[in-house]
Design a protein around this ligand. Structure first.
Ligand code: KG4
Ligand code: ZN
Length: 345
């Protein structure tokens, strides 16, 4: 069964084809980063308009380059939320219309479930159950995962998401958009002689807070001479503080749940230092850590095609309604009834 996946929740237009038995066939991504960087962040209206321009040609391309025609596609998976409403509607309306024209089911996929399942596209996918740390531009979530759709929220950010904290900190250091990768690159040239707080690690619980860290960074920057080296040193101290905070909370989540597998996904999981810190922590805890390849940490169509395929295999799909939810708590998702990777066969 070939499934077409469509991702348009923010500033990347992603398409992919996933086959239930053969795995990922092909995927393409068009990033709007250059367009938004002029404005220092994502402009929602421009994002929607650009998805409209790019989505249909990308769908045509992925079919052509996979040597498939529309009649080969047996289901369409689209990101229905959370995300920017206008951007979501482009993907949802396109997916729903194609599914109607092709007389096949369309399934609404939760964007964060897509991220959560992205490591399933790798050679050595995790078995359920596991703890998932989802770190993106809009979310910081710690989840106990028993199976697809069986999610128990263990902790979340009470204010800024990790990616948001990276982006805002990068902005105040005068780095451009998107801030996360730029701050991370600058941090490599820094010496972390500043000591930044590890927020909410001195009290029990699995929630996060990153807005204080951002303010601490601003105050440190204002008190410095604001040289290039100061910026790099501050970036390095910020990145270490975030890595250690995530590592402390993940260790706590593993100990609290008694689980020995940790999945880390979402845009910020592309960060080398965070990957290294979590890998070292997991090794000390006799646990395994699973990341998507860096390309599938950030938004992409492949993770949506995979997640949608699993739900279609479980007999789930939506009616003709165009379904889009800018806010959509992941714990509201229904259990897919799939608790092993055997769903692929
Ligand atoms: O998952 P994603 O592509 O989109 C959302 O669902 O939000 O995540 C985007 C976020 C942005 O905040 C971006 O700055 C951050 O991920 N990000 C990074 C890195 N690559 C992307 N943050 C830190 N280091 C990176 N290497
Ligand atoms: Zn995302």
């Amino acid at each position: 069964m070939y499934v077409l996946g469509i991702e348009t929740s923010c500033d990347e237009t992603g398409v992919a084809i996933y086959h239930a038995k053969q795995g990922l066939i092909n995927h393409f991504l068009y990033s709007q980063v250059d367009m938004h960087s002029e404005y220092g962040g994502v402009v929602p209206e421009l994002a929607s308009r650009d998805h409209i321009r790019k989505l249909a040609p990308l769908i045509k391309q992925v079919l052509q380059e996979s040597h498939l025609c529309s009649s080969d596609i047996k289901g369409i998976a689209y990101t229905a939320g959370p995300g920017l409403m206008g951007a979501l509607l482009v993907g949802a309306a396109t997916a729903r219309s194609l599914a109607w024209a092709w007389q096949i089911p369309a399934v609404a996929v939760h964007h964060m479930e897509g991220h959560l399942l992205a490591p399933m596209l790798e050679e050595n996918p995790p078995e359920f159950p596991f703890v998932a740390l989802l770190i993106s531009g809009g979310h910081t979530l710690l989840i106990r995962v028993e199976g697809i759709g069986n999610y128990q929220l263990l902790g979340e950010s009470l204010d800024d998401a990790v990616g948001e904290a990276f982006d805002k900190t990068a902005k105040l250091l005068g780095l451009g958009y998107p801030g996360g990768p730029k701050l991370s690159a600058l941090a490599e040239q820094g010496k972390p002689h500043f000591t930044f707080p590890r927020p909410m690690t001195d009290r029990p619980g699995l929630d996060f807070s990153f807005s204080g860290l951002k303010t601490f960074t601003l105050n440190t920057f204002n008190a410095s001479e604001k040289t290039g080296q100061d910026k790099a040193d501050i970036a390095a101290a910020f990145q270490i503080a975030v890595s250690e905070t995530l590592s402390i909370k993940c260790k706590r989540a593993l100990q609290q749940t008694g689980l020995t597998r940790l999945v880390v996904a979402g845009g910020v999981s592309a960060n080398k230092q965070i990957r290294q810190a979590l890998t070292e922590m997991a090794a000390k805890e006799q646990s395994q850590v699973y990341f998507p390849r860096p390309q599938f940490c950030t938004d992409n169509g492949a993770m949506i095609a995979y997640a949608g395929c699993q739900r279609l295999l479980a007999g789930q799909h939506q009616d003709l309604t165009i379904f889009a939810r800018p806010r959509w708590p992941i714990a509201e998702l229904s259990d897919c009834g799939i608790i092993s990777n055997s769903a692929k066969t």
